[in-house]
Write a new protein. Structure first.
Length: 215
């Protein structure tokens, strides 16, 4: 396990204890955001003292950035696996949608954390954190669109940079629709109470929408 923003003492404790601290911090930050998250509550959830937290991390921001970096690494790993399969453009898009559906349920708090950190009032911290996640997808989606244009799958008259931005917005909103209460209810308002019950139908409809824009 590669942990960034942690002191050497953190690496010396067991992986089980590391994971308990990570989970406790993720739950707190996802629920309350950076500003309102409480180190005392994180320590209590993890079953350790507040003093131990500050042995493992210099400050609250170091712990927060470590959680965000871990989230970005998880995203990179999932996307790298999909892109590495080198499928046709729309096949990769479908796999990304299905991955979002799957991992939004498994890692619900990671997506809640992302939603919370984009709402922070501290612009410098927000961009430092959100930028580490956004940077994973910006260049990736743009390069995929360029390749699809070269192969004739996607229209040549569109700008890959803008369409990468549009595509990422769709995916981000989809993540929030599966993990954040407000966006879940918003989705139900448009589609119905069973909106999140049929993943296959949602995927099919979103693929059709994307094809209509790209082809």
């Amino acid at each position: 396990m590669i942990i960034q923003n942690a002191n050497d003492t953190f690496h010396k404790i067991s992986e089980e204890k590391q994971q308990m601290i990570l989970d406790a911090a993720l739950n707190e930050f996802a629920q309350y955001g950076y500003s309102e998250a409480n180190i005392n509550k994180i320590a209590e959830r993890a079953g350790i003292s507040v003093g131990s937290i500050y042995k493992y991390f210099n400050d609250k921001q170091s712990l927060y950035l470590m959680i965000v970096n871990h989230s970005a690494d998880t995203l990179k790993e999932v996307l790298s696996q999909i892109i590495g399969e080198n499928d046709e453009f729309y096949t990769m898009v479908e796999k990304i949608i299905r991955a979002i559906q799957k991992y939004s349920k498994i890692y619900e708090n990671l997506f809640k954390l992302y939603n919370e950190m984009t709402a922070e009032n501290n612009f410098e911290l927000t961009w430092k954190t959100a930028g580490s996640v956004e940077g994973v997808t910006a260049d990736l989606y743009s390069s995929l669109i360029v390749k699809a244009q070269e192969s004739g799958v996607v229209r040549k008259d569109l700008d890959p940079r803008y369409y990468a931005f549009f595509l990422d917005n769709l995916f981000v909103l989809l993540q929030f629709s599966y993990s954040c209460d407000y966006y879940k209810e918003r989705f139900k308002m448009f589609v119905g109470e069973d909106a999140l019950q049929d993943d296959a139908l949602l995927c099919k409809q979103l693929i059709q929408f994307i094809k209509g824009a790209f082809s």
